[in-house]
Design a binder for this molecule. Structure first.
Ligand code: SF4
Length: 446
């Protein structure tokens, strides 16, 4: 819970020296409590008091780090329930689950799928970041699979409630900072010790929400707070309810007992139905899954899920932009045409994808259009003849090209006359209105 003005006042030296800019320590404390002033404004505040205050004002949901090196990712740390209030900060991660009953061919097929789904979208690499390996009852096979999957270079989620087996599995991959999911009311002490000794995140599982709360309190009582809460319930409805209740308790109720990221096993809920799995994964991207466990990953389910995740976990107040500059496709030369588009990321990626598909050498000139789409930037006065002129003049294209052809987006055909005036010596061509028409247009352009 947050500190009151009076609590903060008790932490001040009570000298009333005014050096903080306030007439009294009490006036200063009240401003700190309201968030208007930083505690550091008082030069006499002790380190101990600062630490106490920083703990009291820390976000209600803890940020947990998993993975090592380039694979390190943060989970949790959210401060709001809804994206329109403020940005969500740490996007959920996807895991594909294996288990010790799995035959070699099935294991190889799934591992191959993980490798195949790896692509860039709006500057972000899209892939399943985690592999989950579930222990059922075959220790040797379990450890063998963990060893085999190390080659994928992913962070492990070791799903295992047998502390002895878990210890052996952790020993195999501890340098990768895995998550160990399997602590419950029966094994908590052993699991906390294992997690503590190896400096890894521990996942807690309990049937009901009250049981999960009690288990989390107990883990905290054992002085361990690097936790993930398994909010998977006995069915879809119970899981949905539990996952939301945990997040609400943390953020609305400001109760740090539930202030941890969650893990949701949507593979268990979907029961082999790939469509249901995609629908559930989408649901828990929106509603507070931090690690989402899938049975398998293929392009068909990955594309909508990764796009949804990227859209939800970006700041709605900041347009997604690409760097304004000239991009090159298929080794263009002095005769190649220059296409024009805007720096709104979605427009850029659609247009550039179609130019790539055309396999025709071309330049793509992207001016600073405020991160808006073609028509919006034109309507807002951010994409006009002078902006296009400045972009082309500063790009070095005029010196590079012997044949100067500039293709305007069809939606701003109205700019043709003005651009011709601003860029004498250039042939200004009106291109297609829709990006999908670009390949045909480019192939037919002489
Ligand atoms: S600088 Fe510190 S001691 Fe001085 S009035 Fe402000 S709060 Fe009090």
């Amino acid at each position: 819970m947050g500190l009151t003005g009076l609590d903060i006042f008790k932490l001040t030296p009570r000298k009333n020296c005014k050096e903080c800019g306030f007439p009294t320590c009490m006036a200063f404390a009240m401003k700190v409590a309201s968030g208007a002033v930083e505690i550091e404004k008082c030069p006499y505040i002790s380190d101990e008091a600062k630490a106490k205050l920083s703990e009291a004002t820390a976000p209600p949901m803890k940020t947990i780090k998993i993975g090592a090196g380039d694979n390190e990712k943060a989970l949790g740390g959210e401060t709001v329930l809804f994206r329109h209030e403020k940005t969500f900060v740490n996007r959920p991660l996807f895991a594909v689950q294996f288990d010790d009953q799995m035959a070699d061919d099935e294991l190889a097929r799934k591992a191959d799928n993980i490798k195949k789904v790896d692509y860039e979208r709006i500057g972000e690499q899209m892939h399943a970041e985690l592999v989950a390996v579930k222990y059922t009852d075959n220790k040797d096979r379990y450890l063998e699979i963990v060893k085999q999957l190390k080659d994928l270079n992913k962070t492990f989620v070791l799903v295992c409630d047998d502390a002895a087996v878990a210890a052996d599995a952790v020993a195999l991959v501890k340098e990768t900072k895995p998550v160990l999911v399997g602590a419950n009311a029966d094994n908590l002490e052993d699991m906390v010790k294992l997690a503590k000794d190896n400096g890894i995140v521990l996942g807690l599982s309990a049937a009901g929400i009250e049981d999960l709360y009690a288990l989390t309190e107990k883990a905290q009582g054992l002085d361990y707070k690097e936790l993930v809460l398994n909010t998977t319930g006995e069915n879809i409805a119970k899981t949905f309810e539990k996952t939301i209740e945990v997040r609400r308790t943390a953020l609305e109720g400001k109760d740090r007992t539930f202030g941890y990221p969650s893990i949701v096993f949507v593979n268990e809920l979907a029961k082999g139905d790939a469509y249901m799995q995609t629908a559930l994964a989408a649901t828990f991207i929106l509603k507070y899954g931090s690690i989402i466990v899938l049975e398998d990953i293929e392009y068909a389910n990955a594309l909508p899920l990764f796009a949804l995740r990227q859209n939800i976990y970006t700041d709605p107040q900041k347009p997604m932009r690409v760097e304004p500059k000239v991009y090159e496709f298929a080794n263009p030369d002095a005769e190649s045409p220059v296409l024009l588009t805007v720096d709104f990321a979605l427009t850029y990626f659609v247009v550039s994808g179609e130019i790539e598909r055309a396999k025709v050498p071309a330049y793509l000139a992207v001016p600073d259009a405020g991160g808006l789409s073609v028509l919006t930037s034109w309507a807002a006065g951010k994409l006009g003849a002078s902006v296009i002129r400045d972009m082309i003049k500063n790009s070095g294209l005029e010196e590079k090209l012997t044949r100067k052809r500039l293709v305007l987006p069809g939606k701003v055909a109205v700019l043709k006359g003005d651009v011709e005036e601003e860029l004498p010596g250039w042939e200004i061509i009106v291109g297609p209105e829709e990006a999908m028409q670009i390949p045909k247009f480019l192939r037919e352009l002489d």
